[in-house]
Design a protein. Structure first.
Length: 1225
C-alpha cells in the first residue's frame, strides 16, 4: 500500500487526447441517482420503473441527444438487477450498457458502467443512414477477406451505432459482424467484429472475437493417448449425472438409427471440413448402441466424448442455476471441425472443436467443452438482451468464467477438481493453465498490478481464476467453510447474469460478484448447509469471504457491514510497517478507538505473534510469507484476514546480456554527471545526488556513440522507487521514457520526506522493456541515488490562457511535486480544484482570475493572478431530419454560450424550448422552422424549410472503369433509373451529373440517360447523379421531387509503380539465402535492391509452394527470428493494398524460428498457397518482400515498409525483395 512516507513524481511532458465525449462514473457514487429511488418496495412495477427511468433520464437529459432505455429487470428473492442501454439521437452507444443493482427495498446499491455524455461535441450532425450504406460498409469489410483462398461467409449483420474509439472520441459508425473460414484446409475460423465510420468510411476497428482456446487444443473423457478411460456403458445411462452419452433413437423399415441429438445437445460431425452441417451425427444402432466412430489423432472417439461432455455441462448449468445455458435453445456442437486445427471456439450459439495438431489432442475434454459452452452463457445467447465481453479486462473475466465452468462441470460429474485447465488434451505440458498458481504456465498473471494492455484475455483470466480457487478451497477459523466449486460457480454465474457488463473491469466485476452472495445463501438453505451452531449463513458473512478471496489478487472490496479485518503495509526490503485497516460496519477502527479490541498478528515466518495495533516486523530472509491478522472485537466477535507477501532483501537484479554496442556513456542528474564505459550493470548508488524538495531533477541519459549503432534508435528508461519500498513498480514508478538515437532529456519533480534517499534506475536498450527487473538482450543498466533536501523557494507557476469558443482554457504546466492542491477563482463567483481547468463564463467581460497552490500541510506555496477578457460567440444553425410527418431537430450544430435559452418555432403555431426535440405535423405542406438563441450578449435566429408528405427517391446508377494508354480513365455510367409512380405525366426531368473532378453535365428529357466521362489521373472522386422531376398537379400542387445517388470512384493505375523503401538492420543477423520450390538458393550478400531482377522465382496458385529461408549471424549463436513473406498479388505497388495492419490478404507466410527463448535453429521451411482470386492474368510478374525480424516471441504485425533504424518501426534483421512469376492455372 501507499505509505505515509511517500514520494510524488511528476513528468514534465504529458500527452492527452481531448475529445467532446466524456464518461461519468456512478460506481460507488450512487447518490447521484439514489435520492428519488428511496422507495420501500420489493419489486419494480410499471410505475416504479417509470420513476426509476425518470431519475436516470433526468440526469442524462442535461446532455443534448442523450436518452436511456430500460432493457430488463431480473427479480430475485432479495435483489434486482436492471440493464439500461444508452443512446444518442436514438442510436445505441455500443458496448456501454449500464447495470443498476437495487436491494430488497428498491434502494440503489451499485451502478456498473459509465454514462457517456457530450457526444454532441464529437458528432454535432447525424446524417440519416440507409440500409444500402450499411450493406456497402459490410461489403467493404468482407472484401478485405475475398483476396485469399475461397472462403465461406455466414451470419453477417450490419447496424448503426455510436462507437467510442480508443481515444475516447464518439464516432457515428456501422457495427459489422460476420463469420468466415476457408472452404478447405488449412482452416482459420474467425468471427469478425468491425466498425466503419459512416462519415469518413474509415475502418475504425476490426478484430476477431471468436471465443476459442488460446493454444487451439482439445480432449475426450473416454480416453486419448494421454489419459486412458474405460468405455462408455449403455447401463450407465441410469446414473445421475449419466456416465455415458445419451442418443435419440429412430426406427424405420430397414434399421434403427441413433442420433446425437438428446438432452439439450445436438452434436454434428464436420468430418474435417468447414462447410455448413445442419444435421446431427447418426449411426446404425439396430443391434447395439455402441458407436466406434472414430479413432483419430490419439483420441478414441471425439464424437462420443464431445456429446457426453456437452450433455454433462448442460445438466450442470440446469442443476446449479435452474435453467439451461442457452435458456430455451439447445447447444449445437460441431466436432472434427477443420483439418489439423489446434482450436476450440464458440460462435453465435454453437461450439466448434478441432482435432488438434502439434499442441493438442482432439479438444473434447469435459473442461474444454464446458468452457466453450460457457462463452455462450456469458453472451446470454438465447435471451432478448445479449451482451458482449470482448475487450480489455472484461474479456479476461469472460475467459476466466469459462475456465470456472470447466471446473464446475468436473465437480458436478465427479465431485472433485484437478484445478487445471485443459490438462487432458494438452500435449506439451501438464496443463494449459492453472488455478492455484496461474503463473505456472509462464504467461498468465495472478495479480491486478501485473495487468497491462499486452496481456491476452486467456492469460489475464488468471486473476479471477485464482480468486475463484481461493474462495472454493480456503479454510475458515473455527468454522467449516460452506464453499465448494458448486456454490462458487453459482455466485460467479449470477454475477455474470446480473451485473457484469461489456466493459467490466476487474474491480467492478469483483464488486458485482460480492453483491450476489444472496443467491448462494438461498442455495445453501435449500441444500441444508448450516454453520456449526445450526444457524444459517448470512449474505454479509459470505461477502466477507468473497472480499478476502479477491484480496489475494490485489482487488480491494468493502462489505461495509459487520467485522472486516484487513491489513496493509509499508515496506523497505526486510523491514515491514504493518497497517491495521480493520472496519466494523464500514467504519475503520483507529488506534484511539481500539480500546477493548484484541489483535493477533502472525507474520508467517514462525516468529512470535504480535498483539500490537500496528506492529513492525523484520524478516531474516527473503521469501513468500502468509501474514494473518485476527481482529477480536470487544463483544468477542473475531475475523481473520490473510495476505501473501513476497519479501526481498535487495533491489531486483537487472542487466543487459549484450552491452558492448548499446550502453550509457554518461548520465546527468542536475549538475552531477557520471561518465562510464560498457557494462551489463553498474551500481553508482553510492554517489548521492541532492535535490531540493519539489524542484525539477533534470535528467539526461546519453548513449555511447558506437560506430555500429550510433545511427540506430534506442530506448531509454528512468525508474524511480518513489515510495522507498525497495521495488520498482512497472508503470507507476516509470518516471521517464523515450526513444532517440543519442540521448533522453527530461524533468522529474520529487517531493516527500526530507533527508531521505531514493533509488533511481536508468536503462538503455535496443528493444522495448516492460520491467525494471530481469535480463534484456542488448542494453545496459545503471543505478543511482537521489536525496531530498529542504526547499524554501516559492513554486514557479507556469500558466497560460487561451480563448476558445465560449470558453477559456487555463493551461498549467507547473512542475513541482510539492503542490498537492489547486484552488482557482474565476472572478465570476465560481471556483475549481482542477490543475488545468476549462471555464465558461455566462457573459462577455473582463474577469480577475486567481490561482493558489497548496502543499501537503495545506499551506499556500504559490499564487498567480491575471485579468482575462472573455467574449461570447452565438451561432444559430441546425439541419432538420425527417421521418414521415415527424421532424427531428437539435442544436448540436449551433454555438450556444452558457446561460442561453432557445426556442423552436415549427411554422404551424407549435413552439418548444427543448434543445433536442421532435415535432409531428398534422398536415402535408411546406413549413419554415425557426431556431432562436437568446443570451445576455445578444440574440440570433436561423430558419430551415421542410416539406412534409414528399416521397423519397434515389436514382439507380452503376459504372465501369477502363484505364487508357495515356494514363487517363474512361468511366461509363449506366443509369437504370425508371419513372417513379409519383411523377407527373410530363415530369420535366432534369439530370445533374457531378463527376467529382470539377466537371458537371446537365441532361433533360428521360430518367434513364447514360453518360461517359474521362478522368485525367488516378485518384478518389466523389461523383453523383441528381434527378429532379415534377409531381402530378393533384399531388402537392405539382412540386418537384429531387433525389441524389452518390458514388465514390477509386481509380487506380495498373502501370508499374514504385514500391515503398524498407531498411533492415544487419548488425547481428541477416538472410543468408532463400529457396522457393526448385528455384534457388538466392543470396544478395546483404546488398540493397531486388535480389533476382533477371531471374524471377516461379510460384503457382494451383499447388502448395515450398520455401526455405536460412539465416546468417555476426557470431556463432543462432537467434530467434520471425519471417514474414508479402507478395503484391494484384500488382498495385503496395503490400496489403496500402492497409497492411488490417489487410493481410497479401501476407502469405508468418513463420517463427525459436528453439529456446532467445535462440533458434537458424532456418525456417514450409509450404504456402496463393489465392487465385487476386490474380487478374494467367501469369503475373510482381514483387515479393521477405522480412526477417528478431524477437523473443512470435510477432504478427511487421510493417512491410519498415525502417528498422527508426523508432516507429525499430527492429533487427534483413529485408529483401524478389521478382516472382505467379502462374494462375
Amino acid at each position: 500500500m501507499q505509505g505515509l512516507k511517500s514520494l510524488c513524481v511528476l513528468a514534465s511532458a504529458i500527452s492527452m487526447y481531448c475529445h467532446g465525449a466524456e464518461r461519468v462514473s456512478l460506481f460507488n457514487d450512487t447518490q447521484k441517482i439514489a435520492p428519488t429511488l428511496q422507495q420501500k418496495q420489493s419489486t419494480f412495477g410499471d410505475d416504479s420503473n417509470q420513476n426509476y427511468l425518470l431519475t436516470l433520464k433526468t440526469f442524462a437529459a442535461q446532455y443534448a441527444g442523450h436518452t436511456l432505455t430500460f432493457h430488463k429487470s431480473r427479480v430475485g428473492q432479495a435483489k434486482q438487477s436492471h440493464t439500461i442501454t444508452q443512446k444518442y439521437q436514438n442510436i445505441p452507444i455500443w458496448n456501454h450498457d449500464l447495470v443498476v443493482l437495487t436491494d430488497e427495498n428498491g434502494t440503489v446499491e451499485q451502478v456498473y458502467g459509465d454514462l457517456i455524455v457530450n457526444v454532441a461535441k464529437d458528432i454535432p450532425t447525424l446524417t440519416p443512414v440507409s440500409e444500402a450504406q450499411l450493406s456497402a460498409a459490410l461489403d467493404s469489410v468482407i472484401s478485405l477477406f475475398n483476396s485469399e483462398r475461397p472462403r465461406i461467409f455466414r451470419r453477417s449483420s450490419a447496424e448503426e451505432v455510436i462507437y467510442i474509439d480508443t481515444q475516447g472520441k464518439a464516432r457515428h459508425a456501422a457495427k459489422l459482424a460476420f463469420f468466415t473460414d476457408f472452404e478447405s484446409g488449412p482452416f482459420k475460423p474467425q468471427r469478425i467484429l468491425a466498425f466503419v465510420d459512416l462519415t469518413t468510411n474509415e475502418l475504425i476497428s476490426q478484430s476477431d472475437v471468436l471465443q476459442r482456446v488460446v493454444y487451439e487444443g482439445g480432449s475426450g473423457p473416454s480416453g486419448n493417448d494421454k489419459v486412458s478411460r474405460p468405455d462408455y456403458q449403455r447401463a450407465d445411462y441410469v446414473s445421475y449425472p449419466p456416465k455415458t452419452f445419451v442418443v435419440a433413437m429412430e426406427t424405420d423399415a430397414q434399421q434403427t438409427n441413433c442420433l446425437f441429438d438428446a438432452k439439450n445437445v445436438e452434436t454434428r460431425n464436420y468430418n474435417h471440413g468447414t462447410a455448413q452441417v445442419n444435421t446431427p451425427y447418426s449411426y446404425n444402432c439396430s443391434d447395439s448402441t455402441r458407436n466406434d466412430y472414430k479413432e483419430y489423432h490419439g483420441a478414441r472417439s471425439a464424437l462420443n466424448d464431445a456429446h457426453h461432455h456437452g450433455q454433462t455441462a448442460s445438466l450442470m448449468f440446469e442443476a446449479y442455476l435452474g435453467h439451461k445455458p442457452y435458456f430455451n435453445k439447445k447447444i449445437i456442437q460441431n466436432v472434427h471441425y477443420g483439418l489439423n486445427m489446434d482450436q476450440a471456439f464458440y460462435e453465435n450459439g454453437e461450439v466448434y472443436f478441432g482435432d488438434g495438431d502439434y499442441l493438442f489432442y482432439p479438444m473434447v475434454s469435459l473442461d474444454v467443452v464446458a468452457h466453450e459452452i460457457a462463452h455462450g452463457f456469458t453472451e446470454e445467447y438465447g435471451s432478448n438482451t445479449p451482451k458482449s465481453m470482448l475487450t480489455g479486462q472484461a474479456r479476461a473475466i469472460n475467459e476466466a468464467f469459462s475456465d470456472m465452468a470447466g471446473e464446475a462441470a468436473e465437480f458436478f460429474y465427479s465431485g472433485t477438481n484437478d484445478w487445471k485447465s485443459n490438462h487432458e488434451t494438452f500435449r506439451l505440458d501438464d496443463a494449459l493453465r492453472y488455478f492455484k498458481t496461474p503463473t505456472l504456465d509462464g504467461n498468465s498473471i495472478d495479480h491486478v498490478e501485473d495487468y497491462d494492455d499486452s496481456v491476452t484475455s486467456h492469460h489475464g483470466a488468471g486473476v479471477f481464476n485464482k480468486a475463484f480457487y481461493y474462495l472454493t478451497t480456503a479454510d475458515l477459523d473455527n468454522e467449516t467453510s460452506p464453499w465448494n466449486t458448486k456454490y462458487a460457480f453459482i455466485l460467479f454465474a449470477n454475477a455474470n447474469k446480473n451485473c457484469w457488463t461489456s466493459n467490466s473491469t476487474y474491480l467492478t466485476g469483483a464488486d458485482c460478484v460480492m453483491r450476489q452472495t444472496h443467491t448462494v445463501t438461498d442455495q445453501l438453505t435449500q441444500d441444508g448447509v448450516k454453520k456449526q451452531d445450526g444457524s444459517h449463513w448470512q449474505a454479509t458473512e459470505l461477502q466477507n469471504h468473497v472480499r478476502k478471496a479477491f484480496a489475494q489478487v490485489g482487488i480491494g472490496l468493502k462489505v461495509d457491514r459487520g467485522l472486516e479485518s484487513e491489513l496493509g503495509f509499508d515496506r523497505q526490503f526486510l523491514a515491514f510497517d504493518f497497517k491495521n485497516l480493520t472496519r466494523r460496519d464500514g467504519q475503520q477502527v483507529s488506534a484511539s478507538s481500539s480500546e477493548g479490541w484484541q489483535w493477533q498478528w502472525n507474520f508467517g515466518d514462525g516468529s512470535a505473534q504480535s498483539s500490537a495495533f500496528e506492529p513492525t516486523h523484520n524478516y531474516t530472509t527473503a521469501g513468500e510469507y502468509n501474514v494473518e491478522l485476527t481482529a477480536i472485537s470487544p463483544s468477542g466477535q473475531s475475523d481473520t484476514f490473510m495476505l501473501p507477501i513476497e519479501v526481498f532483501d535487495d533491489y531486483c537484479p537487472a542487466q543487459g546480456i549484450n552491452h558492448s554496442k548499446y550502453y550509457l556513456s554518461s548520465v546527468s542528474l542536475n549538475s552531477y554527471k557520471n561518465d562510464s564505459t560498457s557494462s551489463n550493470y553498474s551500481d553508482y548508488s553510492y554517489d548521492v545526488v541532492e535535490v531540493k524538495d519539489g524542484k525539477a531533477l533534470n535528467v539526461t541519459l546519453t548513449a555511447a556513440p558506437h560506430p555500429d549503432t550510433q545511427d540506430k534508435t534506442k530506448n531509454f528508461y528512468v525508474w524511480l522507487d518513489k515510495d522507498n519500498d525497495g521495488l520498482f513498480h512497472k508503470t507507476e514508478e516509470l518516471a521517464l521514457f523515450g526513444s532517440s538515437k543519442t540521448q533522453l532529456t527530461g524533468e522529474i519533480s520529487l517531493s516527500g520526506e526530507l533527508n531521505q534517499s531514493y533509488r533511481l534506475r536508468t536503462m538503455v536498450s535496443f528493444g522495448l522493456v516492460k520491467s525494471a527487473c530481469g535480463d534484456m538482450s542488448w542494453g545496459e543498466v545503471e543505478d543511482y541515488t537521489v536525496k531530498l533536501i529542504e526547499n524554501t523557494d516559492p513554486v514557479d507557476l507556469r500558466i497560460s490562457t487561451s480563448q476558445g469558443v465560449n470558453q477559456i482554457s487555463f493551461e498549467n504546466n507547473t512542475v513541482d511535486a510539492r503542490v498537492k492542491r489547486w484552488h482557482w477563482k474565476f472572478g465570476d463567483g465560481t471556483t475549481s480544484s482542477e490543475k488545468s481547468p476549462i471555464h465558461q463564463y455566462a457573459q462577455s467581460g473582463n474577469y480577475a482570475v486567481e490561482l493558489k497552490a497548496y502543499d501537503r500541510f495545506n499551506k499556500v506555496i504559490g499564487s498567480w493572478n491575471k485579468q482575462v477578457q472573455f467574449n461570447t460567440t452565438i451561432t444559430a444553425r441546425f439541419t432538420p431530419r425527417k421521418s414521415g410527418s415527424t421532424v427531428y431537430v437539435d442544436t448540436n450544430q449551433s454555438v450556444i454560450p452558457k446561460g442561453s435559452t432557445i426556442q423552436w418555432q415549427f411554422g404551424d403555431g407549435v413552439t418548444s424550448s427543448v434543445r433536442d426535440t421532435q415535432h409531428t405535423y398534422q398536415a402535408d405542406g411546406e413549413y419554415t422552422i425557426t431556431l432562436t438563441i437568446n443570451h445576455a450578449d445578444g440574440t440570433q435566429s436561423t430558419t430551415e424549410t421542410v416539406k412534409i408528405g414528399e416521397t423519397s427517391f434515389t436514382p439507380e446508377v452503376s459504372y465501369t472503369v477502363s484505364e487508357q494508354a495515356d494514363g487517363t480513365f474512361k468511366v461509363s455510367f449506366s443509369n437504370s433509373t425508371t419513372k417513379p409512380d409519383n411523377a407527373a405525366r410530363y415530369p420535366d426531368v432534369t439530370l445533374e451529373w457531378n463527376f467529382g473532378d470539377g466537371s458537371t453535365l446537365t441532361q433533360t428529357g428521360n430518367f434513364g440517360q447514360d453518360t461517359e466521362h474521362t478522368y485525367q489521373a488516378a485518384g478518389n472522386f466523389s461523383a453523383s447523379l441528381t434527378i429532379s422531376y415534377n409531381k402530378p398537379i393533384w399531388d402537392d400542387w405539382g412540386s418537384r421531387v429531387t433525389g441524389t445517388k452518390n458514388m465514390l470512384l477509386e481509380l487506380k493505375s495498373t502501370q508499374p509503380v514504385e514500391y515503398c523503401t524498407a531498411v533492415g538492420l544487419t548488425d547481428y543477423e541477416h538472410i543468408s539465402n532463400v529457396t522457393f520450390n526448385q528455384d534457388g538458393p538466392f543470396s544478395n550478400a546483404q546488398q540493397p535492391g531486388v535480389v533476382n531482377p533477371n531471374n524471377p522465382i516461379k510460384l503457382y496458385a494451383t499447388q502448395n509452394n515450398t520455401y526455405r529461408i536460412e539465416a546468417g549471424y555476426a557470431g556463432n549463436e543462432a537467434f530467434a527470428e520471425n519471417y514474414h513473406i508479402w507478395i503484391d498479388l494484384n500488382s498495385d505497388g503496395q503490400f496489403g493494398d496500402g492497409d497492411w495492419r488490417n489487410n493481410k490478404s497479401e501476407l502469405l507466410v508468418m513463420d517463427f524460428d525459436q528453439t529456446n527463448q532467445d535462440y533458434g535453429k537458424g532456418y525456417v521451411e514450409g509450404e504456402f498457397s496463393i489465392p487465385s482470386n487476386k490474380l487478374s492474368q494467367p501469369v503475373t510478374t510482381t514483387r515479393m518482400r521477405i522480412l526477417q525480424y528478431y524477437g523473443f516471441s512470435r510477432v504478427n504485425s511487421i510493417d512491410p515498409c519498415s525502417d528498422y533504424s527508426s523508432a516507429a518501426t525499430s527492429g533487427s534483421g534483413e529485408i529483401e525483395d524478389y521478382l516472382v512469376e505467379i502462374y494462375k492455372n
